[in-house]
Design a protein around this ligand. Sequence first.
Ligand code: NAI
Ligand code: MG
Length: 496
Amino acid sequence: MLTTPDSLLKYLTDVTDLRLPDGHFIDGQYCAARSGRSMQSEDPGRGEAFADFARGDADDIADAVSSSRKAFALWRRTPPAERGRILARTAELIRRNSERLAIVECLDSGKPIGEARGDVSGAARTFEYYAGACDKLEGSTFPLPSNYVGFSQFEPVGVTAHIIPWNFPISTAARGMAPALAAGCTVVAKPAEQSPLTALLLAELLVEAGLPAGVCNVVTGTGAEAGAPLVASTGIDHVTFTGSVTTGGHVMRACADNVTRSVMELGGKSPVVVLSDCDFDSTIANVAGAIFEHAGQICSAGSRLVIEAGIHDRFVEALGKKARTISLGHGLRSPDMGPVSSAAQRDKILGFLDRARVRGAEFISGGQVSANTESGKGYFIEPTIVANRPEDDELVQEEIFGPVLTVQKADDPVHALHLANSTRFGLVAGVFTADFAKAHQLARDIDAGQIYINEYFAGGIEVPFGGNRQSGFGREKGIEGLKSYCKVKSIAARIG
Ligand code: NAI
Ligand code: MG
């Protein structure tokens, strides 16, 4: 039974209090699209539009890029400690506005309010972390002969473009903006058209915290109309892209034309390797959380359970039981799981499930659309577990980006390792075992950017994040993430 205070439910009918932004944020203020056009964002929990926003195109991008270019001259020379103070105040302002931000995020992306609150507090933590890093970016000295001095320093790469997806709007915006600003770069962000609102509010809070106008601009609109001209602009120096492999490929081709640097955070089909000696109950909870958090719409979701034969039957049965108790509902009602982001995403997921049914796949749980029991609207898919699929099955190889877990049975840890590495992706992997040596052998041998041992999603902003193979390249978060926005300059001097 879901219970929600009326103070939250009123936002289902009236969003006036939330003061939703409806323009781009350029040069320190909101403005309409040059074309005068706007579009609407849906609340996936109701399947209804609830907010208008500016429909940007190449003209708005040109304005934002030129504003960020101008501001770069000033921001790169702002003392690092002062940059740090502004980022620290931003963290504080995010915390002060956290409930409003979480409600907006919940409505715009569909995620349960508890998850949205977690994302907002994570965004504050991201600004706090990079606030402290601004004045600690130290270069190196080089051991040259005694009549030379050699050293390196980090310089900001320049104007940075950020293409943000719909699954983690405020988190992804923060994890790109904060290190870019810390390094002395300026920002032009293009949030996803499904969930554009919190990136705008973040840019507004940055200015309230003292960020000079133009240092962080946000242009809203579609990928084709606003994203494509941004990444193709000759006025930018770097692109941080988070999204699908296909669109990432288009963005890389646009970057190639201008030799623009890039970081690519693409998809995944991440394995959760469970060995027979794992702690049963906590592993069940972790495996369920790895795939059903945000209805599986997480690049690092644990979407493949690779499980040792000895524990397989008992584990899958208990996991199925757990999946069937997961409550679904509108995010404001604090369900265990919310909707998927759009009708298109729902249909894409259902396509995978329908094809699997035709191939005779066994469903341990779910497999169907679930109508939101209150309104009959919204894009809900049941928590789904599909049994024992062969290695070449589409459900094993393709990113579904929904609440769908594929089970793969492994004979032993060696076979589990083989299965873990047998997709084109390499983003993250989970390992669950009581055996320290086996855990670290798997961590050593699995090809992924990060490995979680005995807690899925372990770690925080301190831990670098990014993929291998078709999951992309470059790292965000941590000091590595800060260095993504820096270029090294080496200086060697003859001193006589
Ligand atoms: P997408 O990769 O097309 O969209 C991500 C962002 O890129 C959005 O802001 C979009 O407006 C922008 N974009 C689209 N085309 C662009 C272009 N030509 N130039 C510059 N920017 C562009 O992903 P989409 O279509 O929303 O979702 C499709 C699938 O992608 C999902 O089902 C999922 O499998 C995957 N995906 C993965 C994400 C991740 O975190 N790895 C995030 C979002 C989607
Ligand atoms: Mg929306």
